[in-house]
Design a protein around this ligand. Structure first.
Ligand code: ADP
Length: 487
């Protein structure tokens, strides 16, 4: 089976958040199952072409907005594998991006509709050899339509994965005109355009042969609650074509035993000494007091809608009365960047609080390794990778019991779950963890958490199964009435 995995980022070549981790790890796990996967992403200027030995393969012509644009197709291997990564280079539409999370601005929407158009031209240039095109999030939402338009019934099957339904990529009619699609040929598109807007997430969901999201609980939540961002009815209507598959993490990359970013590597046996040394190193690095106290940390996009930063800010003044240190690594909403920055500069928190505003991969590993407690107070969380990483590093997560957090953190066993989404709810859970920290029960919980297996091997088998279903279902006519569609 030959798969083309289309995404906006792929770690370690370019990473903005969890999607990059998935795109960097799932193809490798699929390769181990004998699946032939290529990954395709935009060639952002921030990508280090020398470090990743990127070389030009060919050029393709991409029609867009009434013109033809020459796109360079570059190639490298996904580090640690034989998976080909294709990078599409074009100076007008693909010249920016790759630094901040994509926020659905006009130029980003244009960038990714252009990218989607270019992906299809690449499929054509490869003589349509792919069995499935695996699309990810709104950035790739138009791919199925364009494949249909360009290749017709012979098109590859499509799987659309929702990593986060709260970003949907909405824009006006002009977008469709730029793509040059004949609207009347695409009934879903015509229906979507009735309100004058095109919603790329909706397009991806409605038109793809199979759809999945990244944890079983989030799959239920998006079907039956307002977490669904207005897509609940459509998702319910997809019936057996919509499933939840839990993400994994790459233990070759996130593993305290072999992690090159750490001062001292450790495993379940040597965990105590490992934590101690890494903590001292981190305290030195961040200007914290060198002291044997619990370190509580958070590494996150500072996304006010999702990541529970409001309840964190509510809980922090009380939390900081405990004898502990607090470390934050994150970047995003200016409002939160400013309030955390102010907090760090309060005299009373000198040596106790470290706020690091930016994206720093190496530092993130050292924080996972040095901390005792990791905070994940997300209002909603499609899967969440940070709690999986922290468990592997023996850092027990305190998490809100939603989405993938509920599926992966077992309360009082591998971490702490709170169900009331409030500053108090979070504070109570942190206090409970704090009191247990260092006890015999704590050691047992840490060992359990470190031994949990959330590797990609299991999820990759589920994806393989879904690819096969996508191929089968492509032949069946989708029941559009179920998704609120009226002919
Ligand atoms: P999301 O995909 O919503 O951003 P996840 O928990 O799924 O959240 O994945 C977040 C990933 O991004 C983790 O690998 C985490 O360590 C990393 N990350 C988030 N913010 C930063 C940052 N500021 N610096 C370094 N890594 C970060």
């Amino acid at each position: 089976m030959k798969i083309l995995f289309a995404a906006s980022e792929v770690s370690p070549i370019v990473k903005i958040g969890g999607l990059g981790d998935v795109a960097g790890a799932l193809p490798k796990a699929l390769e181990k199952l004998g699946v032939d996967v290529d990954v395709i992403v935009p060639f952002y200027p921030v990508i280090d072409r020398h470090k990743f030995k990127i070389i030009k393969q060919l050029s393709i012509d991409v029609p867009f907005d009434g013109h033809t644009w020459e796109v360079g197709v570059y190639k490298t291997k996904l580090p640690g594998s034989q998976v080909d990564v294709l990078l599409l280079n074009e100076p007008r539409f693909l010249a920016g991006g790759g630094v901040n999370a994509f926020s659905s601005l006009k130029d980003e929407i244009e960038r990714f509709t252009f990218f989607s158009r270019a992906v299809v031209e690449y499929v054509k240039a490869q003589f349509n050899i792919y069995d499935v095109v695996h699309c990810n999030d709104w950035h790739t939402g138009m791919i199925t339509h364009i494949l249909e338009e360009e290749i017709g019934e012979e098109r590859p099957a499509t799987l659309f994965t929702i990593h986060n339904i709260s970003y949907q990529g909405e824009w006006g009619m002009d977008l469709v005109q730029e793509l040059g699609l004949s609207i009347s040929e695409h009934r879903i598109l015509e229906w979507d355009l009735e309100d004058g807007n095109v919603n790329l997430m909706l397009e991806g969901i409605a038109s793809s042969d199979m759809v999945n999201t990244v944890s079983p609980t989030y799959a239920k939540e998006v079907k039956f609650s307002d977490v669904g961002g207005g897509m609940s009815e459509i998702l319910r209507g997809k019936g057996k074509r919509f499933v939840g598959i839990l993400n994994g993490i790459d233990y070759e990359y996130y593993n305290p035993q072999i992690d090159p970013f750490l001062r001292l590597n450790y495993n379940t046996r040597t965990y105590k000494e490992g934590k101690k040394q890494n903590k001292i190193e981190l305290q030195k690095e961040l200007g914290l007091k060198i002291k044997n106290v619990p370190v509580v940390s958070i590494i996150s996009r500072l996304d006010g809608k999702q990541k529970g930063l409001d309840i964190l800010c509510e809980a922090l003044p009380e939390m900081l009365k405990l004898e502990m240190q607090f470390v934050l690594l994150g970047k995003g909403d200016k409002k939160y960047e400013e309030s955390f920055y102010k907090l760090a500069h309060l005299r009373k928190y000198h040596g106790k609080v470290s706020i690091n505003l930016g994206f720093d991969e190496a530092l993130s590993h050292r924080i996972y390794a040095a901390s005792d407690i990791f905070l994940m107070p997300s209002r909603f969380e499609p899967c969440g990778l940070s709690q999986l990483i922290s468990m592997k590093y023996g850092t027990l997560p305190v998490a809100h019991g939603v989405g993938g957090l509920k599926d992966t953190v077992k309360d009082d066993s591998t971490g702490f779950i709170f169900n009331v989404f409030s500053g108090n709810g979070l504070l109570r859970a942190v206090t409970k963890a704090y009191k247990l920290c260092g006890s015999k029960k704590w050691q047992e919980m840490v060992t359990k958490a470190m031994k949990k297996d959330y590797s990609w091997a299991r999820s990759a088998e589920d994806y393989l199964d879904v690819y096969k279903k996508a191929i089968d279902y492509k032949e069946e006519v989708p029941v559009l009435e179920n998704i609120g569609f009226k002919d």
